[in-house]
Ligand binder design. Structure first.
Ligand code: SAH
Length: 347
């Protein structure tokens, strides 16, 4: 019999579950707190009676993320390769900003979106991650690095809105006062633009930051790098973003990977500023990282500056994202693609 994923349950669900299976229901809250402190086994729940611990271990499984490989950058950024209970591998990146520790976690094993500049897409798609497996990445990194993580970005491997239900459940759990209690204002969700799900998410009125990987001002250029643009065009995507901003009161963050000669011309900047006009938005420019052998090159510093100044004179705020961990291949999907077995974990 397959065991039940206990860490993906809310305290209410756990309570209900204990009632149905005739376990002492008043223990549900206690078990929830242990799970969200990141214990790896029921044995570690020391104030739970031994027979109950044994009964729990019979029916339930605690999903974990075991650090298999770790790279530490000169700037302190740590990239982890984590192994799930079934052996699947995902990556997470722990970053130290002046306001605290942030972690970038994965939401899927692989990705279906296949953006031409992204290493994750090249490896294909394996499966969705469970809410517990998203939590486990944070818990594992906290334990390994002995830090308290205060910010979470769903910007690792996978497309969060293509794993919508599990991601929503994760958000509920990670922000739970009896759990890790990381507030929505400390969470960002990055999407390549799954338009129908942006509307659904808007209705939830969560205070998280929506990051949209735009990477082009129009359909013609976007279609060169992002297959998702064939399903929803830029106009439809921006309409969903406007709706999201209006419904939640939150500013949208647009990601724009600058690729030399592809999307970084003066015309692109002008068109982008016009299209974003009137929307509460911020543009994050990221010099593209050539990880797919596509031959894409970063726009040079002068281009980046010129692009920003055109955006700004068009009424649009923009910054070049500080790149952390560039010496450890911290971009999405790079480490998993290289891993060929063996335990290279070192602390
Ligand atoms: N699927 C989601 C989140 C994962 S990708 C999304 O598309 O937003 C996280 C961010 O990294 C996205 O903005 C993505 O477009 C960007 N990205 C991926 N590969 C990159 C590369 N080689 N250089 C720069 N940005 C990249």
């Amino acid at each position: 019999m397959e065991k039940i994923d206990i860490k993906s349950k809310t305290p209410q669900e756990l309570h209900q579950e204990f009632v149905e299976t005739k376990l002492p229901k008043y223990r549900a809250g206690q078990v929830f707190r242990w799970l969200h402190q990141g214990v790896g086994s029921f044995e570690e729940m020391t104030d739970i009676p031994k027979d109950l611990r044994a009964a729990l271990a019979e029916s339930y499984e605690i999903f974990q993320a075991q650090p298999l490989q770790k790279r530490i950058s000169r700037d302190g950024t740590i990239k982890y390769l984590f192994q799930m209970n079934d052996g699947e591998l995902v990556e997470s990146v722990l970053m130290n900003y002046h306001h605290g520790y942030s972690i970038c976690i994965s939401t899927q094993v692989g990705c279906k979106m296949n953006c031409s500049f992204c290493a994750t897409g090249k490896g294909g798609f394996s499966r969705n991650l469970l809410p517990s497996e998203m939590l486990a990445q944070i818990q594992s990194a906290q334990k390994d690095a002995e830090v308290r993580i205060s910010n979470v970005v769903l910007m690792g491997m996978g497309e969060p809105l293509d794993n919508y239900e599990n991601v929503l459940k994760f958000l509920e759990l990670v922000s739970h006062p009896q759990g890790m209690n990381i507030g929505m204002r400390h969470i960002s969700l990055s999407t390549c633009g799954i338009v129908d799900k942006i509307y659904h998410l808007a209705e939830k009125k969560l205070q998280l930051t929506l990051s949209v990987s735009l990477h082009a001002p129009n359909d013609q250029i976007r279609a060169r790098t992002m297959p998702v643009s064939r399903r929803w065009n830029v106009e439809q995507l921006l309409a969903a973003c406007r709706y999201y901003a209006k419904t939640t009161g939150r500013r949208i963050s647009f990601e724009y990977a600058m690729i030399s000669g592809v999307n970084d011309t003066d015309e692109c900047a002008k068109e982008l500023a016009v299209r974003l006009k009137g929307m509460p938005a911020h543009v994050n420019l990221i010099p593209v990282n050539d990880v797919t052998g596509s031959g894409y090159q970063k726009s040079n510093l002068q281009r980046q500056k010129r692009f920003i100044s055109i955006l700004e004179s068009g009424g649009c705020t923009a910054t070049v994202r500080r790149t952390l961990g560039s010496d450890i291949e911290a971009s999405c999907g790079q480490l998993r693609g290289k891993y060929e077995g063996g335990n290279e974990y070192e602390s």
